[in-house]
Structures are given as structure tokens and as C-alpha cells.
Design a binder for this molecule. Structure first.
Ligand SMILES: Cc1cc2nc3c(=O)[nH]c(=O)nc-3n(C[C@H](O)[C@H](O)[C@H](O)COP(=O)(O)OP(=O)(O)OC[C@H]3O[C@@H](n4cnc5c(N)ncnc54)[C@H](O)[C@@H]3O)c2cc1C
Length: 376
């Protein structure tokens, strides 16, 4: 099938920027690129009928780092890098609220918590809390970002939990509603978003890049921005990205569910929250690292069983036989040797903003702003 002259002069007309990937990073990037220059012609293309990676398949935590994760990051990445990541996420959460408010995307700063078993002493926890509170104060503007909240363990009804650390500045949002709001916003700004188109490769030219697709048409653009996160190696095999599948389950409604908030445990490998009076639980990737290093968007019996056991033993020990599992799904994250995102100019006309790790909801607005500045 050939392309008509009408199609050639509209959908396939030469663009200033083509963005590949319409997850959070692709859409926030379109927003900031347009904001910096409203005249820019921008098309975002995605191979999914809807964005199909992590952005609409995550847990919807609005978080910037649990106590144990940040303590570990400070040790492994150095304090400065850890703080710069926290600042990016914290600012990202502020921007999400600034652009979309709270109500339309179910954003609620209901509190984030981390569960600890008896292996960590309260003295060690207090030491880490004091240390991180002083480091984070210039970012969060709060004297006590974290506090020990052991008194809530009984109230929440958790099993196998010795300590609880609370962060009042975290919470949750509705990832699907945020993505739809972003889509509507960039479309209103004049960005074209096309779905069901798989990019296979690029041909760099003197004046323009040719973006080849798995279909009978191609695109041309002065610049191309890859926002393909975990799938980037299909287009750039040499990039340091390792895919990591995250599996999730959701229970049926539970009468008198005793908690409201977002929760991490086991160094962040388990995470759960309430969605109304249902429980959304994800993680357990550490129980089968090799199998979960994949871009296949299935669920596996092994991980789902681990999640169900955790649900019964730790989260809902008092609710045995009072719920069923109503939904199961997975999404794909991107990690690498380093935890920081890759925001880079690869050639004069090719850029990328990828490797969003496990907190890309919060990171995306700031990463997008950085790459938009790089592309000026
Ligand atoms: C189970 C799970 C739970 C998570 N929980 C949270 C959380 O609670 N809070 C949080 O902050 N973060 C969370 N994350 C991480 C967060 O969702 C991601 O970091 C973020 O969504 C990444 O956004 P992105 O736009 O970079 O990538 P993606 O959303 O993966 O978007 C990439 C897009 O590129 C498209 N694409 C790929 N290759 C091509 C191609 N060749 N041609 C065309 N299109 C292509 C894909 O279809 C996809 O839509 C979670 C992730 C998972 C998987």
C-alpha cells in the first residue's frame, strides 16, 4: 500500500522531533519540548495500541525513596548522587501536582511506609532516620522526612513486622489517569501521538533522520528522541540497560481494610498499597532474578505464589479466606550497572532518555525537562 499525498503532507510530514515511546518519559518530553518552543512539530509514536511498557502497568506509588533504599544508595552511589536522584523525584512529584492537580489523577499524599523485620535494631533505624532526615531537609523542607511509627503496626494488622518507618511526604496516584491526562495535554498543545507503529531502525542523513518502521511507511525528522526505556536495546544493542519484569496482583475488595498508604519492604523488592479497599501488591523479583530479566509481559506461577504467600503472612494475616485475587499483570522496568537514568545526545540528531528504574513516575518530568533542554 502506498502513502497518499494527504497522508504524506500530514501524518508523515517532516517533523522537527519524532519521539519513540509514549510512556511517561515520552509524553513529558513532548510537553517540555513544546513548552520551550511551541512552533516545534512533534510526533510521538508507540508500537502499542496503548503505551505498553511500565507507565500504565506499575503500582502508582508517588514516592522518592524508602529509608533503606536511600541508605543503600548513599553507600553504593555516594551521597551526592543519591541526593540528586531524590531531588529529581521530589521535584517530579511537585510538577505532577502542579500540572494536573490531585483530584483528576487520584493523587493522594497519604503517607509511605517501610516494613522491617526483627533483623534491624531500633537503634540502627533511628541512626539512619536521623542521618537521612538531616541530608534530605534542604530538598523536602521537612525537619523529619522519616519517623519511626511502630505504634501503627498493630493498627494496620501486619504480620512478621517488627518496625515501621513512615514518610508523610509520599503517597499514590492513578497511573492510567495520569497517562491519559498527559496525552490530552500534549495533544492540546499540538503534538501528534500515533499508536501501533513499531520502529525498527534509523537511517541518519545529512539533513534528516529516516525512521524506519515495521509497516509500509516511514517518518523523517530533524531529531529523534528515544523514550523506549527497557526496550531500548532492540534499537541500540550496546546501551547499558537490563530489563526487569515486575509482577503485580490485586485483591477483591476487603471489608474494613485497616490501612491507607504505600508500603515497601525487603529492600524495596516487595511493595503494596491500597486501591480503595483492595490491596495491590507487586515485587518478589528477587525470588527469581534470572526468569524476571525479560521483556516478556506475562505473569509466572512462581512469582505470583510468592506474592500470595506474602499477602497472607504479612499484609492480611487477619483476613484469611476473605478475599480472592481479581487481577494479575506485569510490566517491564529498566535497570543497568548504574541506577541513574541515561539522558544523552548519542549523535547530532539522536537523543535518548531511558533507564528509569523502579521510580520513573516521579523521575519522568525532570528527566524530560533535562532532555528537552539538551535538544534546544
Ligand atoms: C510492576 C511495576 C511497578 C512499578 N511501580 C512504580 C511505582 O509505583 N512508582 C514509580 O515511580 N515507578 C514505578 N515503576 C516504574 C515506572 O513505571 C517506570 O520507571 C516508568 O513508567 C518508565 O516510563 P518510560 O516512559 O521510560 O517507559 P515505558 O512506560 O516502558 O514506555 C516505553 C514505551 O516505548 C514503546 N516502545 C518500545 N520499543 C518501541 C519501538 N521499537 N517502537 C515504538 N515504540 C516502542 C513501548 O510500547 C512503551 O509504551 C514500576 C514499574 C513496574 C513494571
Amino acid at each position: 500500500m502506498n502513502v497518499s499525498i494527504w497522508e504524506k503532507e500530514t501524518f508523515f510530514a517532516h517533523q522537527d522531533v519524532v519521539i519513540v515511546g509514549s510512556g511517561f518519559v515520552g509524553l513529558w518530553s513532548a510537553l517540555y519540548l513544546k513548552k520551550r518552543n511551541p512552533e516545534r512539530k512533534i510526533t510521538v509514536i508507540d508500537r502499542g495500541i496503548i503505551p505498553t511498557g511500565a507507565s500504565t502497568r506499575n503500582a502508582g506509588f508517588a514516592c522518592f525513596g524508602s529509608l533503606s533504599e536511600l541508605a543503600w544508595d548513599a553507600q553504593t552511589m555516594g551521597t551526592d548522587k543519591m541526593l540528586s536522584m531524590v531531588e529529581m523525584r521530589f521535584k517530579g512529584l511537585e510538577r505532577i501536582q502542579k500540572y494536573f492537580g490531585k483530584k483528576s489523577i487520584d493523587f493522594d499524599l497519604c503517607g509511605g511506609y517501610e516494613l522491617y523485620d526483627g533483623a534491624t535494631t531500633p537503634e540502627k533505624l533511628k541512626e539512619n532516620i536521623d542521618y537521612l532526615n538531616s541530608l534530605l531537609k534542604p530538598i523536602t523542607n521537612a525537619k523529619k522526612t522519616y519517623r519511626l511509627a511502630d505504634e501503627k503496626i498493630g493498627e494496620f494488622g501486619f504480620g512478621k513486622t517488627a518496625h515501621l518507618v513512615e514518610n508523610k511526604l509520599e503517597g499514590y496516584l492513578h497511573s492510567g489517569k495520569l497517562l491519559q491526562a498527559l496525552l490530552q495535554k500534549v495533544r492540546r498543545m499540538g503534538v501528534s501521538v500515533l499508536n501501533g507503529i513499531e520502529v525498527t531502525h534509523f537511517e541518519p542523513g545529512d539533513e534528516k533522520m529516516v525512521i524506519r518502521t515495521a509497516h509500509h511507511f516511514h517518518f523523517t525528522a530533524s531529531r529523534v528522541l528515544l523514550c523506549t526505556n527497557a526496550f531500548t536495546r532492540e534499537l541500540l544493542p550496546e546501551i547499558d540497560i537490563v530489563p526487569a519484569r515486575g509482577q503485580v496482583l490485586l485483591t477483591s475488595p476487603i471489608k474494613n481494610l485497616p490501612f491507607n498508604g504505600t508500603f515497601h519492604s525487603d529492600e524495596g523488592f516487595y511493595y503494596f498499597r491500597n486501591l480503595g479497599n483492595c490491596v495491590l501488591l507487586g515485587g518478589a523479583r528477587n525470588k527469581a532474578f534470572e526468569e524476571e530479566t525479560t521483556t516478556e509481559m506475562d505473569t509466572s506461577q512462581r512469582i505470583q505464589q510468592e506474592l500470595e504467600a506474602y499477602l497472607a503472612d504479612v499484609i492480611l494475616p487477619q483476613f484469611q479466606n476473605q478475599y480472592i485475587i481479581e487481577h494479575r499483570w506485569s510490566g517491564i522496568m529498566a535497570f543497568g550497572k548504574e541506577k541513574t537514568p541515561i539522558v544523552k545526545q548519542l549523535t547530532p540528531s539522536l537523543f535518548c532518555a531511558v533507564r528509569m528504574s523502579g521510580m520513573g513516575v516521579a523521575l519522568a518530568p525532570v528527566v524530560a525537562q533535562q532532555v528537552a533542554a539538551l535538544m534546544d
